[in-house]
Design a protein around this ligand. Structure first.
Ligand code: AMP
Length: 214
């Protein structure tokens, strides 16, 4: 099964993708995570993307499309994938359609996690993740059960994203409304877009998603 999760930064795409990944035995493909790993390894892609990411803008369509196309071909995607953070522009959505036809694949569900922008600034500025397993936390909304210890893997090292500050968040929300809103329209016209209430507690959002993907 192949799924696209849509929604602005902070909507909970990553959190819910990780839960669906475990439940459906398919893989989360986050273009943001892929780019961050390119940035930390200081690869050519990383060097090209770093500045744009830190300003809250979008990395070039060409680079992202090539990156995702190569990733989908890997063995671990055979059972299916959850796209998190892609497609983010109309051009990416069209390119995705053509690449899936070429690969003999299709998207089964496009789901928008619907949230209020204002709440996203608070959600994003307090979030951090485990450096070891990537589990996500928040300073006030979702603390680990034991302070300083990851619930999932027991690590005591955590990290914050460079672009999770109030100023960049506004810019990322702007990019979302200007460039990604047309993508929602694209899928709405194809009649495959569904929505869930992303302002509900995490477990309830998960339940709503589950009722869509079965
Ligand atoms: P995310 O982790 O999805 O919030 O992405 C972090 C940053 O990576 C974004 O603010 C963009 O600069 C870049 N990025 C991630 N996915 C894409 C994409 N599909 N197209 C363009 N830029 C992207």
């Amino acid at each position: 099964m192949n799924i696209i999760l849509m929604g602005p930064p902070g909507a909970g795409k990553g959190t819910q993708a990780q839960r669906l990944e475990n439940k459906l035995d398919i893989i989360q493909l986050s273009t943001g995570d892929m780019l961050r790993s390119e940035v930390s390894s200081e690869s050519d892609i990383g060097l090209e993307a770093k500045e744009v990411m830190n300003s809250g803008g979008l990395v070039s369509d060409e680079l992202i499309i090539a990156m995702i196309s190569m990733r989908i071909d890997k063995e671990d995607c055979q059972n299916g994938f959850i796209l998190d953070g892609f497609p983010r522009t109309s051009l990416q959505a069209e390119a995705l359609d053509s690449m899936l036809i070429e690969k003999g694949l299709k998207i089964d569900h496009v789901i928008e996690i619907e949230v209020d922008d204002e709440a996203m600034v608070n959600r994003i500025t307090g979030r951090y993740s485990c450096s070891s397993c990537g589990a996500g936390y928040h300073e006030t909304l979702q603390k680990p059960k034991v302070e300083g210890i990851c619930d999932n893997c027991g690590s005591n090292e955590f990290k914050y994203r460079d672009d999770d500050n109030a100023e960049t968040v506004r810019e990322r929300l702007n990019s979302y409304h200007q460039q990604t809103a047309p993508v929602l329209e694209y899928y709405r016209e194809k009649d495959i877009l569904k929505g869930v209430n992303g302002m509900a507690p995490i477990n309830q959002v998960e339940d709503q998603l589950e009722s869509i993907v079965g």
